[in-house]
Design a protein around this ligand. Structure first.
Ligand code: ADP
Ligand code: ZN
Length: 188
């Protein structure tokens, strides 16, 4: 039987983790073997959790690489992949292959970076998916419909150039609507 690919995307705070957890819990209730994989970024441990901003959580497994994910996914019916923007581009072929082998693959990640540009592999995954959900958050500034992620450094819009990690600066993220999103001072 064929599987398929579902993508959940949107800015930070839009409920992607909650939605991932909701879908996997229901699959679990249906007696399916489910797992969530996360990219291992700096965790020292294999086991970790997907935690939503509202506090819901579910056990997840941190993987080092896409081949590791592929190998471990074989034992499951439903595979969640969280924070997909942090995997390299080989995650696209890997996800499609799992779906071809009959797995239900549920992918969650940011659709735009803090500059509002398409984020990593997400555009390709959206094009390949059978089902796509784009979630919105509440704009931290005006209460409107937030579709972007605002990056702030020391309380000001982060520059669009330069490193993703700014050493020694207090970094913070907010969900913002189209009108309230502020470009970095160096944006063209
Ligand atoms: P994501 O995975 O997309 O970052 P989460 O599932 O972790 O989102 O968090 C969604 C939850 O965050 C909401 O249900 C709500 O309780 C809380 N929340 C906090 N700030 C906001 C906001 N600005 N907009 C929407 N939800 C928010
Ligand atoms: Zn706004």
């Amino acid at each position: 039987r064929g599987g398929w690919l579902e993508v959940i995307c949107g800015p930070m705070f839009s409920g992607k983790s909650e939605e991932m957890i909701r879908r996997l819990r229901r699959a679990e209730i249906a007696g399916q073997r489910v797992v969530i994989f996360k990219p291992r970024i700096d965790d020292r441990y294999d086991a970790t959790d997907v935690v939503s901003h509202a506090g819901a959580s579910m056990r997840a497994a941190a993987v080092e690489s896409v081949p590791e994910l592929t190998a471990r996914a074989a034992a499951y019916d439903v595979v969640g992949i969280d924070e997909v923007q942090f995997f390299d581009e080989s995650i696209v072929a890997a996800a499609l292959d799992l779906a071809d082998r009959g797995l239900r693959v549920i992918i969650s990640g940011l659709d735009q970076d803090f500059r509002r540009l398409p984020f990593g592999v997400m555009p390709e995954l959206l094009a390949h998916a059978e089902f796509v959900d784009k979630l919105q958050a509440v704009c931290h500034r005006c209460g409107g419909t937030a579709t972007t992620t605002q990056r702030l450094v020391d309380g000001r819009p982060a520059p669009y150039s330069g490193d993703t990690v700014v050493v020694g600066a207090a970094e913070q993220y907010e969900a913002r609507c189209r009108d309230c999103h502020e470009a970095g001072a160096d944006a063209v």
